[in-house]
Design a protein around this ligand. Structure first.
Ligand code: UTP
Length: 470
């Protein structure tokens, strides 16, 4: 049948990877669906696909139990001289234009169930500022205060790239210079059957998913972002996730601790709320830095306490990192060199033989950015206050939901207002009895709020009411 031909490289890759069924299906397709499938196949990184297929088909080896230990960490606020020194260094780097910020927003956000890129989700308590608006406002505040260009890199994925770009354009880049904002998609990988057959979602579409947040490091290289950073003189990258409106953007104390210790990659953590909080903890795995999954700790280790009575493994990972640009360059030298993790699940796939869609056993492949810590010889683990810096929106309700995040945002704003001398109504349980929203471009910290309020007349917040600042 006449129709567009596959490039020789992709046809050879498919043959090499034993995908004869897919090739036969492709060759039998009419022209229009064939061109759509061709475009998808030719947009993939076949090196990565070969790698994951090999991993999938490898005979399971009896893995030796890894040696798991806590890693040394420091607590922000514990030693004020240390923090002050770090802050000075962080500010020097910011003011010299050595720092960039990088948000990963390529995930599918399936737990939240929001139609559209998660960054467009209205996250702030009263105004409903979206996550991207909140981040942009924080970036604007820093740019103005420290006269820093603070370029912003945004990683998307095929499923949300066009919508994200359209949103940034519609909002005119939130008042940021367009040349200081870059958006680029990460790579996608096809799901496979347990036997290594590439799965289709429809006759003209593969079943694709983003290659995990670890793909961010590779995408920095392939998109040209690393080169752009180098040209701008950026040395340090502040990495964060799209779902946390409380992120302390380019926190100078964190930037400074990381730089003063000559760390290649650093991480922020929060103390676990309880032994059974299901969060990965930062620690050492066979001597190397890494994140120990909840399920990899024995019941004894989960409960173990140190001399001070605190949980021995307590440093919950909040996925806020500092990465040296040259570290990212070196670990992506020969490709995306992070280990792939397999997720086995039922997949609604298109069967080319019966031409119907059915639930099949499938395998998806992901990389995790925190695995890069295993490649760093030096890493600062900085414990921060959860109430001040971490209120993610992951689920539609309950824990880590829009509601819990908005409550945490209100509580943080309430604590700032009270510290600045404003009365905040509270209920009998001590919770702020109101909803508060502060534009981060106006005041992104207690200090900034104090400055602003000294210029403003009295502020009355009614019990049960709402207050928007400014
Ligand atoms: P999550 O682990 O929360 O995954 O991502 P998710 O896909 O967003 O959400 P669920 O699990 O489907 O509900 C943590 C962060 O990593 C980014 C997400 O956008 C989020 O900022 N991420 C995740 C990527 O950028 N790419 C990926 O492939 C996966």
């Amino acid at each position: 049948m006449a129709g567009p031909m596959l490039s020789v490289e992709v046809r050879t890759a498919l043959e090499k990877l034993d995908q004869r069924d897919l090739l036969a299906h492709f060759d039998a397709l009419p022209k229009a669906p064939r061109s759509r499938l061709k475009a998808e196949l030719e947009g993939l990184d076949w090196g990565q696909i070969e790698q994951v297929r090999k991993l999938l088909l490898a005979a399971p080896s009896a893995a030796e139990a890894a040696r798991l230990e806590p890693a040394p960490s420091k607590k922000k606020g514990a030693v004020s001289d240390d923090d002050a020194r770090a802050k000075r260094r962080g500010l020097e780097l910011l003011e010299a234009g050595r720092v960039a910020v990088f948000v990963v927003a390529g995930g599918q956000g399936s737990r939240l169930g929001y139609e559209g890129p998660k960054g467009c989700f209205p996250a702030s308590p009263v105004v409903g500022r979206t996550l991207f608006e909140i981040f942009a406002a924080k970036i604007r505040a820093l740019r103005e205060r420290h006269a820093t260009p603070l370029p912003w890199y945004v990683m998307t994925s095929a499923g949300n790239h066009a919508q994200t770009v359209a949103y940034f354009e519609e909002k005119e880049f939130f008042g940021l210079p367009k040349e200081d904002v870059s958006l680029f998609p990460q790579d996608m990988l096809p799901a496979m059957s347990p036997e290594g057959r590439i799965l289709l979602a429809a006759e003209d579409r593969l079943f694709l998913s983003p290659n995990g947040h670890g793909g961010a490091l590779w995408a920095l290289r392939t998109s040209g972002a690393l080169e752009d950073m180098r040209a701008r003189g950026v040395e340090e990258i502040f990495y964060f996730q799209v779902d946390n409106p409380l992120v302390a953007m380019a926190d100078p104390v964190f930037v400074g601790h990381h730089a003063l210790e000559h760390a290649q990659m650093s991480v922020k953590v929060v103390a676990k709320r309880s032994a059974d909080e299901k969060v990965g903890v930062v620690g050492r795995i066979d001597g190397r830095f890494g994140v120990i999954e909840y399920s990899d700790l024995s019941p004894e280790d989960l409960e173990a306490r140190d001399e001070s009575g605190q949980l021995r493994f307590r440093d919950g990972n909040i996925a806020v990192h500092m990465l040296r640009r040259d570290f990212v360059e070196s670990i992506t030298e020969g490709g995306l060199s992070l280990p792939f993790h397999l997720a086995r699940k039922k997949i609604q796939a298109f069967d080319p033989e019966s031409k119907t869609s059915c639930a099949l056993d499938g395998v998806k492949f992901e990389t995790f950015v925190f695995d890069a810590m295993g490649r760093a010889d030096r890493c600062v683990v900085l414990e921060v206050d959860r109430d001040r810096e971490f209120a993610p929106i992951k689920n539609a309700e309950g824990e880590d939901s829009p509601e819990s995040s908005q409550r945490a945002q209100t509580e943080l704003f309430a604590s700032w207002l009270e510290a600045a001398g404003v009365a905040v109504p509270r209920d009998a349980g001590g919770r702020a009895n109101c909803l508060l929203d502060i534009d981060p471009a106006w005041a992104d910290s207690l200090d900034a709020l104090r400055d602003r309020l000294s210029q403003q007349s009295r502020l009355d917040i009614p019990a049960g009411g709402e207050c928007i600042l400014p």
